[in-house]
Ligand binder design. Structure first.
Ligand SMILES: *Cc1c(COP(=O)(O)O)cnc(C)c1O
Length: 391
């Protein structure tokens, strides 16, 4: 396997090799690394619930008896904590039922592969999350990828498709690397026109968008028109696990057929208790979402006032700033790190060649003054990188 060494060297030369580091997580959005504290702006804990005292305390009771769930949900791993969490999710989402998966990734792969079969046709936005694409591949269905947000292109593909095959439109609600949202109402219209069903992944939507934090579907008033809504507990809800919300028959089918759920150990009970607590906090304090979005708007305006343009179309907590070159992106991210802020440096193959970017995730752990300082730091880091490039 000597080719591995050569390939890794090649990645390093292109600024594409990912290094691993181990952070010590602290409360309220902070992390420590090699003796220094950083504000973490590369985290998905948008509502700062991962270290909320009530979420932490919820783990006490289940941890008295076990850490692991000891089996897959189907065999004996589904505990009272799982049942309570599924009921909490169904109530929160306003759906008949909900089903847990080990992760959001597993929810996407397992759900798509269980519903879609090889005679079906699947229409996917080009920037859909890898787990949606992997689920489509696993299903064996014919995959039609349309250009990002290109509804005309999607419509043309739908027209070409035989009326006899079952059709699915699958999309992220918030695109994780561009931070923009899918046109769900128009996708619902197309789905209705062509008798397709819609599967929507709200991984970055839940806890952020909509009056009560149910995501972009709530924001756009399309919840009842979406056949399958998938979410994760690992982002704004600060814990772990994927879920599907939908009709009782959908959930019964997935319980019987979704392999990533059937053949994997159930979530630890303490995680379920923590996730229930996180959802209860969100239900009691939906204004957390509005406050988060206000912070995001404020941060964008601070960036712009310092001459930095966040990616057009991005709204909400994911703030991408396209740099282009991978090595420059890394250098700028390191410069920002030097001032005590962790930000993402996203490079190919996660994003297309030539579109390497900083990716800042705004969380409500930090206040407007932190965001102002970060905006200045980013502007300085970018201009000193430009100066170095031109000198
Ligand atoms: C993060 C993410 C997932 C995966 O969720 P996990 O719970 O982290 O496995 C799925 N879809 C999208 C769009 C995501 O951003």
């Amino acid at each position: 396997m000597e080719w591995l060494t050569r390939q890794l060297e090649l990645l390093a030369e292109q600024g594409l090799k990912r290094e691993r580091r181990a952070l010590s997580p602290l409360a309220d959005g902070w992390v420590e690394w090699q003796g220094r504290r950083y504000r973490n702006f590369a985290s998905n804990d948008y509502l700062n619930l991962a270290s909320h005292p009530r979420v932490l305390a919820a783990t006490n009771e289940p941890l008295k008896s076990t850490v692991g769930s000891r089996a897959s949900a189907l065999v004996s791993g589904r505990t009272i904590w799982h049942e309570q969490l599924e009921e909490t999710i169904a109530t929160f989402e306003g759906s008949e039922a909900a089903l847990l998966f080990p992760t959001g990734y597993a929810a996407n792969v397992g759900t798509i592969a269980a519903l879609v079969d090889s005679n079906d046709v699947v229409f996917c936005d080009r920037w859909n999350h890898a787990s949606l694409i992997d689920g489509c591949r696993l299903s064996g269905a014919k995959l039609r990828v349309y250009r990002h947000d290109d509804l005309d292109g999607l419509q043309r593909e739908l027209c070409k498709c035989s009326t006899s095959s079952r059709k699915w439109i699958i999309t992220d609600s918030v695109f994780s690397m561009d931070g923009d949202i899918a046109p769900l109402a128009k996708l619902c219209d197309l789905a209705a026109e062509f008798e397709a069903d819609l599967i929507v992944d709200e991984a970055h939507g839940t806890g952020v968008f909509g009056a009560t934090g149910r995501g972009v579907a709530e924001l756009t008033g399309t919840e009842h028109r979406i056949a399958v809504r998938i979410g994760t507990l690992s982002k704004s809800l600060g814990t772990l696990g994927g879920f599907v919300a939908g009709s009782r028959s959908l959930i019964d089918w997935l319980w019987n057929r979704a392999r990533s759920q059937v053949f994997s150990t159930a979530l630890p009970p303490a995680i379920c208790a923590a996730a229930s607590a996180a959802i209860e906090i969100l239900q009691a304090e939906p204004e957390r979402c509005r406050y988060l979005l206000e912070l995001c708007d404020f941060f964008r305006s601070e960036l712009q006032s310092h001459g930095v343009q966040p990616m057009l179309g991005s709204i909400g907590p994911i703030v991408p700033i396209v740099i282009g070159d991978s090595i420059a992106t890394l250098t700028i991210a390191q410069h920002i790190e030097g001032s005590g802020y962790l930000v993402g440096a996203i490079r190919p193959p996660t994003v297309p060649n030539g579109t390497s970017r900083l990716r800042i995730s705004v969380t409500s752990a930090f206040n407007p003054a932190d965001l102002s300082n970060l905006a200045v730091t980013i502007a300085d880091a970018i201009s000193s990188s430009n100066n170095n490039a031109s000198s």
